[in-house]
Design a protein around this ligand. Structure first.
Ligand SMILES: Nc1ncnc2c1ncn2[C@@H]1O[C@H](COP(=O)(O)OP(=O)(O)OP(=O)(O)O)[C@@H](O)[C@H]1O
Ligand SMILES: [Mg+2]
Length: 261
């Protein structure tokens, strides 16, 4: 791991776009184990997210899905194994380095600046991503995707409802398409109509070239979008492959959606 002014040694922007023939996966975990203190959460997990496609990660509560999201984004260290981005070894890199390499994480829950209003939350993100000149266009795009945020653009983010804060957090991620987006339970706590908006946005950024690892409790939602499925149980991958081959197995493993919703 070289620290040469933040320039990654093995992974570069062009290594993702360079070859469409047998391109290395956008993300690959090889034999990854991880723990919280003495509690072991992952046991030799191997999985990959092919470039430009959606891989859904499913499994029961406590299986280790969020832990995989954290490991892939540098938030939880590995105890074993390696992680590759577009073929480059990024094992052990801190989150900020991974962000520079184009990795974004939409974690469970919310991540907004509570004391700024909706528009300033977005401005801050877009300023960083696009510079001053790009802000206007990015704002328009975000408000078009999430009209509810437009109605509340001058409201302090901390006073938004839970679902609205989630939307704001998403608008920040989805308007700046990363190379790899790791999404943890996006639909949690959002009204079905909003979830539709979110999935539409995910499809759009996938079509624009972002690779996605999507953690989703609602299997039908995951199947709407994903090409590949990885089924996790007790910290281990039990099945992985194309969605059409695995959806029955995944259905058995996941809780039924709530009745009368
Ligand atoms: N910060 C932590 N400290 C200790 N144990 C943790 C911590 N975070 C998660 N765990 C444990 O690690 C295991 C995997 O948790 P993880 O959050 O990855 O599961 P998950 O598959 O995302 O579950 P869910 O579907 O409920 O979100 C669980 O047994 C959990 O209790
Ligand atoms: Mg989780």
């Amino acid at each position: 791991m070289k620290e040469d002014g933040g320039r990654p040694s093995a992974v570069t922007a062009s290594s993702v776009a360079a070859s469409s023939v047998a391109a290395p996966p956008a993300l690959e975990l090889r034999g990854v184990s991880a723990a919280y203190g003495r509690f072991r959460a992952l046991f030799g997990v191997s999985l990959s997210v092919p470039v430009g496609s959606v891989t859904a990660l499913v499994g029961p509560n406590g299986a280790g899905k969020s832990t995989i999201a954290r490991v892939a984004t540098g938030l939880v260290p590995l105890t074993k194994g390696r992680i590759f981005l577009a073929g480059g070894d990024v094992t052990g890199l801190p989150t900020w380095r991974l962000v520079r390499l184009g990795v974004a994480h939409a974690p469970e829950g919310r991540s907004v600046f509570a004391t700024l209003d909706v528009e300033d939350n977005l401005r801050l993100t877009f300023m960083r991503a696009f510079g001053r000149k790009g802000i206007g266009e990015a704002l328009a795009h975000a408000f078009e995707r999430f009209p509810r945020l437009a109605d509340r653009r001058r409201q302090l983010a901390g006073t938004l409802s839970g679902g609205e804060q989630r939307m704001l957090a998403l608008a920040r991620v989805l308007t700046v398409p990363p190379k790899l987006l790791v999404v943890d339970e996006l639909s949690l706590g959002l009204a079905p109509r909003v979830v539709d908006d979110v999935y539409r946005a995910l499809r759009e950024i996938r079509d624009a070239g972002t690779s996605l690892l999507v953690i989703e409790q609602q299997l039908p939602r995951a199947l709407e979008l994903a090409e590949q499925l990885v089924v996790l149980r007790k910290g281990q991958v039990v099945e992985a492959g194309p969605v059409d081959k695995l959806s029955d197995l995944a259905r058995e493993l996941l809780p039924r959606p709530p009745e009368n919703s």
